[in-house]
Ligand binder design. Sequence first.
Ligand code: FAD
Length: 489
Amino acid sequence: PAGLMWFRRDLRTTDNAALFHALKSCRQLHCAFVFDRAILDGLPRRDRRVEFIRESLVELDAALRQLARADGAGLIVAHAAALQDIPRLARELQVQSVFANHDYEPQAMARDAHVRGELADAGIAFHTFKDQAIFERHELLTQSGKPYAVFTPYKNAWLAKADAFYFKPYPVPAYADALAARPPALRAEVPSLPALGFEPTNLAELKLPTGASGARELLAEFLERIDRYADTRDYPAVKGPSYLGVHLRFGTASIRELAGTAHRLAAAGSAGAAVWLSELIWRDFYFQVLANFPHVADEQGRSHSFKRDYDAIKWDHGKQADALFAAWCEGRTGYPLVDAAMAQINQSGYMHNRLRMVVASFLTKDLGLDWRRGERYFAEHLNDYELASNNGGWQWASSTGCDAQPWFRIFNPVSQSRKFDPEGRFILKYLPQLAGLPVDVLHAPWTANPVELAAAGVTLDQTYPAPIVAHDEARERTLQRYSVVKKNA
Ligand code: FAD
Protein backbone atom coordinates (compact mmCIF):
# COMPACT_ATOMS: atom_id res chain seq x y z
CA PRO A 1 0.00 0.00 0.00
CA ALA A 2 1.03 3.60 -0.63
CA GLY A 3 0.51 6.49 1.77
CA LEU A 4 0.94 10.21 2.19
CA MET A 5 2.37 11.75 5.37
CA TRP A 6 1.01 15.26 5.82
CA PHE A 7 3.37 17.32 8.02
CA ARG A 8 1.80 20.31 9.80
CA ARG A 9 3.14 21.28 13.22
CA ASP A 10 5.43 18.30 13.65
CA LEU A 11 8.42 19.28 11.51
CA ARG A 12 10.83 16.53 12.47
CA THR A 13 11.64 12.99 11.43
CA THR A 14 12.71 11.71 14.86
CA ASP A 15 10.06 10.46 17.26
CA ASN A 16 7.13 11.53 15.08
CA ALA A 17 4.00 9.47 15.80
CA ALA A 18 2.22 9.77 12.44
CA LEU A 19 5.42 9.37 10.44
CA PHE A 20 6.27 6.20 12.34
CA HIS A 21 2.81 4.65 11.88
CA ALA A 22 2.75 5.68 8.23
CA LEU A 23 6.16 4.15 7.48
CA LYS A 24 5.27 1.00 9.32
CA SER A 25 2.05 0.40 7.44
CA CYS A 26 3.01 1.54 3.91
CA ARG A 27 5.30 0.04 1.32
CA GLN A 28 5.69 3.45 -0.35
CA LEU A 29 5.31 6.65 1.65
CA HIS A 30 5.26 10.18 0.23
CA CYS A 31 5.70 13.21 2.51
CA ALA A 32 4.11 16.61 2.02
CA PHE A 33 3.75 20.03 3.61
CA VAL A 34 1.32 22.70 2.45
CA PHE A 35 2.00 26.41 2.90
CA ASP A 36 -1.66 27.12 3.38
CA ARG A 37 -2.88 30.36 1.84
CA ALA A 38 -5.85 30.26 4.19
CA ILE A 39 -3.35 30.94 7.00
CA LEU A 40 -0.57 32.84 5.21
CA ASP A 41 -2.77 35.44 3.53
CA GLY A 42 -3.77 36.91 6.89
CA LEU A 43 -0.17 37.43 8.09
CA PRO A 44 2.07 40.49 7.76
CA ARG A 45 4.64 40.15 4.96
CA ARG A 46 7.40 39.97 7.56
CA ASP A 47 6.60 37.13 9.91
CA ARG A 48 9.26 35.31 11.90
CA ARG A 49 7.09 32.20 12.13
CA VAL A 50 6.90 31.80 8.36
CA GLU A 51 10.67 32.13 8.14
CA PHE A 52 11.12 29.69 11.03
CA ILE A 53 8.86 27.15 9.32
CA ARG A 54 10.62 27.57 5.99
CA GLU A 55 14.07 27.08 7.51
CA SER A 56 12.79 24.07 9.43
CA LEU A 57 11.31 22.56 6.27
CA VAL A 58 14.64 22.82 4.47
CA GLU A 59 16.11 20.76 7.28
CA LEU A 60 13.17 18.33 7.31
CA ASP A 61 13.54 17.81 3.56
CA ALA A 62 17.26 17.10 3.99
CA ALA A 63 16.54 14.69 6.85
CA LEU A 64 13.99 12.78 4.76
CA ARG A 65 16.42 12.52 1.86
CA GLN A 66 19.09 11.24 4.15
CA LEU A 67 16.82 8.64 5.75
CA ALA A 68 15.42 7.41 2.45
CA ARG A 69 17.09 4.75 0.42
CA ALA A 70 15.35 5.91 -2.78
CA ASP A 71 16.82 8.57 -5.07
CA GLY A 72 14.50 11.53 -5.47
CA ALA A 73 12.91 11.12 -2.07
CA GLY A 74 12.17 14.23 -0.01
CA LEU A 75 9.45 16.61 0.93
CA ILE A 76 6.73 17.66 -1.51
CA VAL A 77 5.93 21.30 -0.72
CA ALA A 78 2.74 22.86 -1.99
CA HIS A 79 1.75 26.50 -1.70
CA ALA A 80 -1.98 26.84 -2.02
CA ALA A 81 -4.75 25.50 0.17
CA ALA A 82 -4.52 22.37 2.27
CA LEU A 83 -8.24 21.76 1.84
CA GLN A 84 -7.77 21.07 -1.85
CA ASP A 85 -4.09 20.21 -2.05
CA ILE A 86 -4.02 17.23 0.25
CA PRO A 87 -6.93 15.37 -1.43
CA ARG A 88 -5.50 16.32 -4.84
CA LEU A 89 -2.02 15.06 -3.98
CA ALA A 90 -3.45 11.90 -2.45
CA ARG A 91 -5.33 11.16 -5.65
CA GLU A 92 -2.39 12.03 -7.92
CA LEU A 93 -0.03 9.86 -5.93
CA GLN A 94 -2.63 7.09 -5.83
CA VAL A 95 -2.29 6.48 -2.13
CA GLN A 96 -4.74 4.50 -0.01
CA SER A 97 -4.16 6.47 3.20
CA VAL A 98 -3.15 9.90 4.45
CA PHE A 99 -1.42 10.21 7.84
CA ALA A 100 -1.17 13.25 10.12
CA ASN A 101 -0.82 14.18 13.78
CA HIS A 102 -3.72 15.59 15.81
CA ASP A 103 -4.22 19.31 15.90
CA TYR A 104 -6.53 20.66 18.61
CA GLU A 105 -7.18 24.16 17.32
CA PRO A 106 -10.79 24.71 16.24
CA GLN A 107 -9.96 25.98 12.76
CA ALA A 108 -7.49 23.16 12.17
CA MET A 109 -10.04 20.61 13.34
CA ALA A 110 -12.62 22.02 10.93
CA ARG A 111 -10.03 21.83 8.13
CA ASP A 112 -9.20 18.23 9.05
CA ALA A 113 -12.88 17.24 9.13
CA HIS A 114 -13.28 18.70 5.65
CA VAL A 115 -10.17 16.96 4.31
CA ARG A 116 -11.30 13.69 5.89
CA GLY A 117 -14.62 13.99 4.04
CA GLU A 118 -12.94 14.76 0.70
CA LEU A 119 -10.58 11.84 1.11
CA ALA A 120 -13.41 9.51 2.10
CA ASP A 121 -15.26 10.49 -1.09
CA ALA A 122 -12.21 9.32 -3.03
CA GLY A 123 -12.01 6.10 -1.00
CA ILE A 124 -8.87 7.23 0.84
CA ALA A 125 -8.48 6.78 4.60
CA PHE A 126 -7.27 9.56 6.92
CA HIS A 127 -5.37 8.32 9.99
CA THR A 128 -4.41 10.77 12.73
CA PHE A 129 -2.32 10.31 15.88
CA LYS A 130 -1.54 11.94 19.18
CA ASP A 131 1.89 13.54 18.91
CA GLN A 132 2.06 17.01 20.43
CA ALA A 133 0.81 16.17 23.93
CA ILE A 134 1.55 13.44 26.46
CA PHE A 135 -2.14 13.18 27.37
CA GLU A 136 -4.86 14.64 25.21
CA ARG A 137 -8.59 15.28 25.22
CA HIS A 138 -10.26 12.74 27.52
CA GLU A 139 -7.21 10.77 28.52
CA LEU A 140 -7.18 12.28 32.00
CA LEU A 141 -10.54 12.78 33.70
CA THR A 142 -11.57 13.40 37.29
CA GLN A 143 -12.94 10.55 39.37
CA SER A 144 -16.43 11.57 38.33
CA GLY A 145 -15.44 11.33 34.68
CA LYS A 146 -15.29 15.07 34.02
CA PRO A 147 -12.47 17.03 32.41
CA TYR A 148 -10.19 18.94 34.76
CA ALA A 149 -10.66 22.67 35.21
CA VAL A 150 -8.14 23.03 38.06
CA PHE A 151 -4.43 22.57 37.43
CA THR A 152 -3.08 20.95 40.62
CA PRO A 153 -5.36 17.87 40.61
CA TYR A 154 -4.76 17.63 36.85
CA LYS A 155 -1.01 17.69 37.42
CA ASN A 156 -1.28 15.04 40.14
CA ALA A 157 -3.30 12.79 37.83
CA TRP A 158 -0.81 13.44 35.01
CA LEU A 159 2.15 12.49 37.22
CA ALA A 160 0.36 9.42 38.55
CA LYS A 161 -0.27 8.13 35.03
CA ALA A 162 2.90 9.17 33.22
CA ASP A 163 5.60 6.53 33.10
CA ALA A 164 8.33 5.51 30.67
CA PHE A 165 5.73 4.09 28.28
CA TYR A 166 4.36 7.54 27.47
CA PHE A 167 7.80 9.00 26.81
CA LYS A 168 9.03 6.18 24.58
CA PRO A 169 10.26 7.55 21.23
CA TYR A 170 8.82 6.26 17.96
CA PRO A 171 11.72 4.55 16.15
CA VAL A 172 11.31 6.15 12.74
CA PRO A 173 14.67 5.19 11.11
CA ALA A 174 13.99 1.47 11.46
CA TYR A 175 11.21 1.76 8.88
CA ALA A 176 12.64 4.50 6.68
CA ASP A 177 13.07 2.34 3.59
CA ALA A 178 9.38 2.90 2.85
CA LEU A 179 10.14 6.55 1.99
CA ALA A 180 9.27 6.81 -1.70
CA ALA A 181 10.88 8.71 -4.55
CA ARG A 182 8.86 11.78 -5.53
CA PRO A 183 7.44 11.88 -9.05
CA PRO A 184 9.86 14.08 -11.09
CA ALA A 185 7.28 16.89 -11.39
CA LEU A 186 7.12 17.22 -7.60
CA ARG A 187 10.87 17.32 -6.91
CA ALA A 188 11.14 21.07 -6.33
CA GLU A 189 13.21 22.61 -3.53
CA VAL A 190 11.42 24.23 -0.58
CA PRO A 191 10.20 27.61 -1.96
CA SER A 192 12.15 30.72 -0.97
CA LEU A 193 10.55 33.37 1.26
CA PRO A 194 9.99 35.76 -1.67
CA ALA A 195 8.41 32.93 -3.65
CA LEU A 196 5.98 32.55 -0.76
CA GLY A 197 5.30 36.29 -0.86
CA PHE A 198 7.22 37.08 2.34
CA GLU A 199 10.22 39.21 3.25
CA PRO A 200 13.12 38.25 5.52
CA THR A 201 12.81 39.17 9.20
CA ASN A 202 15.50 39.59 11.84
CA LEU A 203 15.25 35.86 12.69
CA ALA A 204 18.86 35.26 11.71
CA GLU A 205 20.07 37.90 14.18
CA LEU A 206 18.12 36.41 17.08
CA LYS A 207 19.76 33.56 18.93
CA LEU A 208 16.99 31.26 17.80
CA PRO A 209 18.30 28.23 15.95
CA THR A 210 15.66 26.67 13.69
CA GLY A 211 14.77 23.10 12.75
CA ALA A 212 15.19 19.89 14.71
CA SER A 213 18.92 20.63 15.02
CA GLY A 214 18.07 24.01 16.57
CA ALA A 215 15.84 22.30 19.12
CA ARG A 216 18.61 19.84 19.98
CA GLU A 217 21.07 22.68 20.43
CA LEU A 218 18.75 24.63 22.76
CA LEU A 219 17.89 21.53 24.76
CA ALA A 220 21.53 20.55 25.25
CA GLU A 221 22.32 24.06 26.45
CA PHE A 222 19.26 24.18 28.73
CA LEU A 223 20.06 20.82 30.33
CA GLU A 224 23.27 22.32 31.66
CA ARG A 225 21.23 24.78 33.72
CA ILE A 226 17.91 22.99 34.23
CA ASP A 227 18.77 22.36 37.90
CA ARG A 228 18.66 26.12 38.47
CA TYR A 229 15.37 26.63 36.58
CA ALA A 230 13.22 26.95 39.71
CA ASP A 231 15.41 29.77 41.06
CA THR A 232 16.01 31.64 37.82
CA ARG A 233 12.80 31.31 35.81
CA ASP A 234 11.12 34.43 37.18
CA TYR A 235 13.90 36.90 36.43
CA PRO A 236 13.77 38.21 32.88
CA ALA A 237 17.36 39.52 32.96
CA VAL A 238 18.64 36.00 33.66
CA LYS A 239 18.89 33.13 31.19
CA GLY A 240 16.45 30.93 33.10
CA PRO A 241 13.92 29.38 30.70
CA SER A 242 14.60 26.97 27.86
CA TYR A 243 13.41 29.11 24.90
CA LEU A 244 12.04 25.87 23.45
CA GLY A 245 8.46 27.16 23.10
CA VAL A 246 8.70 27.83 19.38
CA HIS A 247 10.14 24.34 18.82
CA LEU A 248 7.24 22.78 20.68
CA ARG A 249 4.89 24.92 18.61
CA PHE A 250 6.19 23.68 15.29
CA GLY A 251 7.14 20.21 16.44
CA THR A 252 10.85 20.56 15.77
CA ALA A 253 11.15 19.22 19.34
CA SER A 254 9.32 16.14 20.59
CA ILE A 255 7.25 16.61 23.74
CA ARG A 256 7.98 12.97 24.64
CA GLU A 257 11.70 13.63 24.61
CA LEU A 258 11.40 16.86 26.63
CA ALA A 259 8.90 15.60 29.19
CA GLY A 260 10.69 12.24 29.46
CA THR A 261 14.01 13.95 30.11
CA ALA A 262 12.50 16.27 32.72
CA HIS A 263 10.67 13.37 34.36
CA ARG A 264 13.87 11.35 34.63
CA LEU A 265 15.91 14.24 36.02
CA ALA A 266 13.14 15.16 38.47
CA ALA A 267 13.00 11.55 39.70
CA ALA A 268 16.76 11.75 40.23
CA GLY A 269 16.25 14.75 42.51
CA SER A 270 16.49 17.83 40.29
CA ALA A 271 14.09 20.42 41.71
CA GLY A 272 14.58 22.55 38.60
CA ALA A 273 13.56 19.68 36.32
CA ALA A 274 10.46 19.05 38.44
CA VAL A 275 9.34 22.67 38.04
CA TRP A 276 10.07 22.63 34.31
CA LEU A 277 8.07 19.42 33.93
CA SER A 278 5.25 21.21 35.68
CA GLU A 279 5.34 23.89 32.98
CA LEU A 280 5.13 21.23 30.28
CA ILE A 281 2.12 19.83 32.14
CA TRP A 282 0.49 23.30 31.99
CA ARG A 283 0.83 23.00 28.24
CA ASP A 284 -1.05 19.66 28.20
CA PHE A 285 -3.55 21.16 30.65
CA TYR A 286 -4.43 24.03 28.31
CA PHE A 287 -4.65 21.70 25.30
CA GLN A 288 -7.25 19.65 27.14
CA VAL A 289 -9.10 22.79 28.29
CA LEU A 290 -9.41 23.80 24.64
CA ALA A 291 -10.56 20.32 23.66
CA ASN A 292 -13.03 19.82 26.50
CA PHE A 293 -14.35 23.37 26.90
CA PRO A 294 -14.45 24.45 23.26
CA HIS A 295 -16.40 27.63 24.03
CA VAL A 296 -13.08 29.31 25.03
CA ALA A 297 -12.12 29.69 21.36
CA ASP A 298 -14.50 29.09 18.48
CA GLU A 299 -14.03 28.12 14.86
CA GLN A 300 -14.49 31.71 13.72
CA GLY A 301 -11.42 32.72 15.73
CA ARG A 302 -13.38 34.38 18.56
CA SER A 303 -12.46 33.77 22.21
CA HIS A 304 -14.84 33.66 25.14
CA SER A 305 -14.36 33.63 28.89
CA PHE A 306 -14.02 30.17 30.40
CA LYS A 307 -16.28 31.45 33.18
CA ARG A 308 -19.13 32.51 30.97
CA ASP A 309 -20.51 35.15 33.31
CA TYR A 310 -17.22 37.07 33.05
CA ASP A 311 -18.25 37.97 29.52
CA ALA A 312 -20.59 40.45 31.26
CA ILE A 313 -17.59 42.60 32.26
CA LYS A 314 -17.67 45.94 30.49
CA TRP A 315 -14.25 46.77 29.10
CA ASP A 316 -13.37 50.27 28.01
CA HIS A 317 -13.94 51.06 24.34
CA GLY A 318 -13.62 54.08 22.10
CA LYS A 319 -10.89 56.52 21.11
CA GLN A 320 -9.32 56.85 24.54
CA ALA A 321 -9.20 53.05 24.92
CA ASP A 322 -7.69 52.72 21.45
CA ALA A 323 -4.98 55.22 22.36
CA LEU A 324 -4.17 53.29 25.54
CA PHE A 325 -4.03 50.07 23.55
CA ALA A 326 -1.64 51.62 21.01
CA ALA A 327 0.59 52.83 23.85
CA TRP A 328 0.63 49.31 25.33
CA CYS A 329 1.48 47.70 21.96
CA GLU A 330 4.27 50.17 21.29
CA GLY A 331 5.72 50.12 24.80
CA ARG A 332 4.83 53.73 25.67
CA THR A 333 2.95 53.23 28.94
CA GLY A 334 5.49 54.99 31.16
CA TYR A 335 5.92 51.84 33.26
CA PRO A 336 9.45 50.70 32.36
CA LEU A 337 9.00 46.97 32.97
CA VAL A 338 5.85 46.91 30.82
CA ASP A 339 7.50 48.96 28.09
CA ALA A 340 10.69 46.88 28.08
CA ALA A 341 8.58 43.70 27.87
CA MET A 342 6.67 45.06 24.88
CA ALA A 343 9.96 46.03 23.26
CA GLN A 344 11.13 42.45 23.77
CA ILE A 345 8.16 40.92 21.97
CA ASN A 346 8.22 43.55 19.23
CA GLN A 347 11.92 43.12 18.53
CA SER A 348 12.25 39.37 18.96
CA GLY A 349 8.85 37.62 19.00
CA TYR A 350 9.70 36.27 22.47
CA MET A 351 8.50 37.48 25.85
CA HIS A 352 9.57 36.09 29.20
CA ASN A 353 6.77 34.29 31.07
CA ARG A 354 6.86 36.64 34.09
CA LEU A 355 6.49 39.58 31.72
CA ARG A 356 3.62 37.96 29.82
CA MET A 357 1.80 37.89 33.15
CA VAL A 358 2.77 41.47 33.98
CA VAL A 359 1.76 43.02 30.65
CA ALA A 360 -1.45 40.97 30.47
CA SER A 361 -2.44 42.10 33.94
CA PHE A 362 -1.53 45.69 33.01
CA LEU A 363 -3.68 45.63 29.86
CA THR A 364 -6.75 44.28 31.58
CA LYS A 365 -6.48 45.59 35.12
CA ASP A 366 -4.62 48.88 34.72
CA LEU A 367 -5.88 49.95 31.30
CA GLY A 368 -9.32 48.32 31.56
CA LEU A 369 -9.05 46.81 28.09
CA ASP A 370 -10.58 43.57 26.89
CA TRP A 371 -8.12 40.67 27.33
CA ARG A 372 -8.98 39.52 23.81
CA ARG A 373 -7.19 42.56 22.36
CA GLY A 374 -3.99 41.49 24.09
CA GLU A 375 -4.56 37.86 23.19
CA ARG A 376 -4.78 38.83 19.51
CA TYR A 377 -1.66 40.99 19.72
CA PHE A 378 0.30 38.08 21.20
CA ALA A 379 -1.13 35.77 18.54
CA GLU A 380 0.26 38.05 15.87
CA HIS A 381 3.67 38.56 17.45
CA LEU A 382 4.78 35.53 19.49
CA ASN A 383 7.05 33.06 17.75
CA ASP A 384 5.75 30.39 20.11
CA TYR A 385 2.11 31.46 19.72
CA GLU A 386 -0.03 28.54 20.80
CA LEU A 387 -3.77 29.14 20.78
CA ALA A 388 -4.45 26.93 23.81
CA SER A 389 -1.68 28.33 26.05
CA ASN A 390 -2.17 31.91 24.92
CA ASN A 391 -5.89 31.80 25.54
CA GLY A 392 -5.22 30.11 28.87
CA GLY A 393 -2.53 32.62 29.85
CA TRP A 394 -4.69 35.64 29.02
CA GLN A 395 -7.65 34.18 30.82
CA TRP A 396 -5.43 33.46 33.82
CA ALA A 397 -4.25 37.05 33.99
CA SER A 398 -7.67 38.59 33.38
CA SER A 399 -9.27 36.20 35.91
CA THR A 400 -11.82 35.00 33.35
CA GLY A 401 -10.24 31.56 33.02
CA CYS A 402 -10.37 28.25 34.80
CA ASP A 403 -8.03 28.17 37.78
CA ALA A 404 -7.15 31.81 37.14
CA GLN A 405 -5.70 34.57 39.25
CA PRO A 406 -8.65 35.79 41.43
CA TRP A 407 -10.14 39.00 39.99
CA PHE A 408 -9.35 41.06 43.07
CA ARG A 409 -5.67 40.18 42.90
CA ILE A 410 -4.10 42.90 40.80
CA PHE A 411 -0.40 42.98 40.00
CA ASN A 412 1.29 46.23 40.91
CA PRO A 413 3.57 46.82 37.90
CA VAL A 414 6.11 48.72 40.00
CA SER A 415 6.35 46.07 42.73
CA GLN A 416 6.66 43.39 40.06
CA SER A 417 9.48 45.39 38.54
CA ARG A 418 11.34 45.82 41.85
CA LYS A 419 10.91 42.17 42.68
CA PHE A 420 11.75 40.50 39.40
CA ASP A 421 14.16 42.97 37.80
CA PRO A 422 15.69 44.38 40.99
CA GLU A 423 18.74 45.97 39.36
CA GLY A 424 16.79 47.02 36.28
CA ARG A 425 19.09 45.03 34.01
CA PHE A 426 16.22 43.85 31.81
CA ILE A 427 14.68 47.31 31.68
CA LEU A 428 17.95 48.92 30.64
CA LYS A 429 18.54 46.41 27.88
CA TYR A 430 15.45 47.75 26.13
CA LEU A 431 15.25 51.29 27.54
CA PRO A 432 18.86 52.51 27.59
CA GLN A 433 17.62 56.12 27.77
CA LEU A 434 16.85 55.47 31.47
CA ALA A 435 20.41 54.34 32.26
CA GLY A 436 21.33 57.38 34.34
CA LEU A 437 18.46 57.02 36.84
CA PRO A 438 19.21 55.67 40.31
CA VAL A 439 17.92 52.10 40.51
CA ASP A 440 15.27 52.86 43.15
CA VAL A 441 13.43 55.23 40.80
CA LEU A 442 14.18 53.34 37.59
CA HIS A 443 11.08 51.22 38.17
CA ALA A 444 8.89 54.35 38.41
CA PRO A 445 10.67 57.29 36.71
CA TRP A 446 7.89 59.75 37.59
CA THR A 447 8.93 59.43 41.25
CA ALA A 448 12.44 60.72 40.49
CA ASN A 449 13.17 64.23 41.72
CA PRO A 450 14.14 66.97 39.26
CA VAL A 451 17.81 66.68 40.15
CA GLU A 452 17.82 62.94 39.46
CA LEU A 453 15.95 63.42 36.19
CA ALA A 454 18.29 66.20 35.07
CA ALA A 455 21.40 64.21 35.99
CA ALA A 456 20.11 61.27 33.97
CA GLY A 457 19.08 63.43 31.03
CA VAL A 458 15.51 62.15 31.30
CA THR A 459 12.61 64.47 30.53
CA LEU A 460 9.25 62.87 31.14
CA ASP A 461 7.08 62.84 28.06
CA GLN A 462 10.07 63.64 25.91
CA THR A 463 12.82 61.09 26.42
CA TYR A 464 10.45 58.72 28.19
CA PRO A 465 6.63 58.79 28.62
CA ALA A 466 4.92 59.88 31.81
CA PRO A 467 2.66 57.07 33.08
CA ILE A 468 -0.52 56.79 30.99
CA VAL A 469 -2.49 55.64 33.99
CA ALA A 470 -2.14 55.92 37.77
CA HIS A 471 -2.03 52.41 39.15
CA ASP A 472 -3.92 53.10 42.39
CA GLU A 473 -6.82 54.77 40.61
CA ALA A 474 -6.89 52.07 37.94
CA ARG A 475 -7.00 49.46 40.65
CA GLU A 476 -10.12 51.00 42.16
CA ARG A 477 -11.81 51.16 38.74
CA THR A 478 -10.94 47.52 38.11
CA LEU A 479 -12.40 46.36 41.40
CA GLN A 480 -15.57 48.23 40.40
CA ARG A 481 -15.54 46.75 36.92
CA TYR A 482 -15.20 43.19 38.19
CA SER A 483 -17.87 43.67 40.83
CA VAL A 484 -20.43 42.36 38.31
CA VAL A 485 -18.96 38.91 38.93
CA LYS A 486 -18.37 39.33 42.66
CA LYS A 487 -21.12 36.93 43.60
CA ASN A 488 -19.27 34.13 41.78
CA ALA A 489 -15.81 34.84 43.09
P1 FAD B 1 10.07 27.49 29.58
O1 FAD B 1 9.95 28.18 30.90
O2 FAD B 1 11.36 26.89 29.25
O3 FAD B 1 8.93 26.39 29.55
C1 FAD B 1 9.02 25.23 28.73
C2 FAD B 1 7.74 25.01 27.99
O4 FAD B 1 6.67 24.75 28.89
C3 FAD B 1 7.26 26.20 27.17
O5 FAD B 1 7.94 26.28 25.96
C4 FAD B 1 5.79 25.87 27.01
O6 FAD B 1 5.59 24.93 26.00
C5 FAD B 1 5.45 25.24 28.34
N1 FAD B 1 4.92 26.26 29.25
C6 FAD B 1 5.61 27.02 30.12
N2 FAD B 1 4.76 27.80 30.83
C7 FAD B 1 3.53 27.54 30.38
C8 FAD B 1 2.24 28.02 30.70
N3 FAD B 1 2.04 28.92 31.66
N4 FAD B 1 1.18 27.54 30.00
C9 FAD B 1 1.36 26.62 29.04
N5 FAD B 1 2.56 26.12 28.70
C10 FAD B 1 3.62 26.56 29.35
N6 FAD B 1 3.05 29.71 25.89
C11 FAD B 1 3.08 29.29 24.62
O7 FAD B 1 3.72 28.27 24.34
N7 FAD B 1 2.43 29.97 23.63
C12 FAD B 1 1.73 31.11 23.90
O8 FAD B 1 1.14 31.69 22.98
C13 FAD B 1 1.69 31.58 25.23
N8 FAD B 1 1.03 32.72 25.54
C14 FAD B 1 1.00 33.15 26.85
C15 FAD B 1 0.26 34.30 27.17
C16 FAD B 1 0.20 34.76 28.47
C17 FAD B 1 -0.61 35.99 28.80
C18 FAD B 1 0.89 34.06 29.48
C19 FAD B 1 0.85 34.55 30.91
C20 FAD B 1 1.61 32.92 29.18
C21 FAD B 1 1.67 32.44 27.86
N9 FAD B 1 2.41 31.28 27.52
C22 FAD B 1 2.39 30.84 26.22
C23 FAD B 1 3.09 30.48 28.55
C24 FAD B 1 4.58 30.81 28.78
O9 FAD B 1 4.73 32.18 29.02
C25 FAD B 1 5.47 30.38 27.63
O10 FAD B 1 5.23 29.04 27.32
C26 FAD B 1 6.95 30.52 27.93
O11 FAD B 1 7.25 31.83 28.32
C27 FAD B 1 7.76 30.13 26.70
O12 FAD B 1 9.12 30.32 26.90
P2 FAD B 1 10.12 29.09 27.12
O13 FAD B 1 9.94 28.08 26.07
O14 FAD B 1 11.47 29.68 27.29
O15 FAD B 1 9.54 28.53 28.50
